[in-house]
Design a protein. Structure first.
Length: 221
């Protein structure tokens, strides 16, 4: 009988009486699946939150030879909205980056802490500013991996590369607060790429947002 197991540390455990499915509140880095016990691993909008090399090692362990990983996720740190304002509460409300567009484009890559604070102070209350600045610069909600980091993780996973690709498309409208326009940055992608390539010591191109990663565990030889 076919069955599936979902892991998510933010969800309560549940399942059905026939054990066709189980939802377990555990991290993806610790899948409760025996070695070679999965025909496939599917992930949606999760990889930007996890330790990717550790998860890929688990995927390699639990997949049967020839089994596939299909993961689609974003926005990643490379993206114009890579700060991903999510899992943050303000005045008893969950903030969501696609609805609460409180941060400027490239807030996490183009602004210093002081620059972002000054911009936000031109339109937002002090307690919200503190929360947003903390989220951008200090929160560990997302893993802060650029697209190039995902590529390297895939190449080092021991899994065969089937497809790794990315798009730049922003699929919602940015309705920003009435910020002081003199404090808003006009971001040049080429300059941003040069800045982050120098900072990271490796070629880095901001822009990739949503990633599709398909990998296969090699057949036993």
């Amino acid at each position: 009988m076919a069955s599936w197991v979902a892991v998510d540390p933010r969800r309560p455990a549940r399942g059905d009486a026939r054990d066709r499915y189980r939802v377990l509140p555990v991290p993806a880095e610790q899948m409760p699946v025996p070695d070679g016990g999965a025909d496939a691993v599917f992930s949606s909008n999760a990889f930007q939150f996890v330790d990717v090399p550790a998860v890929l090692a688990e995927v390699h362990r639990v997949l049967r030879p020839g089994g596939l990983l299909y993961a689609h996720f974003g926005p990643i740190w490379s993206a114009v909205d890579g700060h991903q304002l999510e899992y943050v509460r303000y005045r008893e409300q969950d903030l969501l980056f696609w609805r609460d567009t409180l941060l400027p484009p490239w807030a996490h890559l183009a602004y210093s802490r002081d620059e972002l604070r000054a911009l936000l102070a031109s339109a937002l209350p002090a307690d919200l500013i503190d929360l947003l600045v903390w989220h951008v610069f200090d929160s560990d909600t997302v893993n802060r991996m650029f697209f190039e980091d995902y590529v390297q993780a895939a190449l080092g996973s021991g899994l065969d590369w089937v497809q790794v690709s990315a798009t730049h498309e922003l699929d919602y409208r940015l309705d920003l607060p009435a910020f002081d326009p003199s404090l808003l940055r006009t971001v040049d992608p080429g300059q941003l790429a040069a800045r982050w390539s120098a900072r990271r010591g490796a070629p880095t191109r901001p822009g990739p947002r949503d990633v599709l990663m398909v990998l296969r565990r090699p057949e036993d030889r």
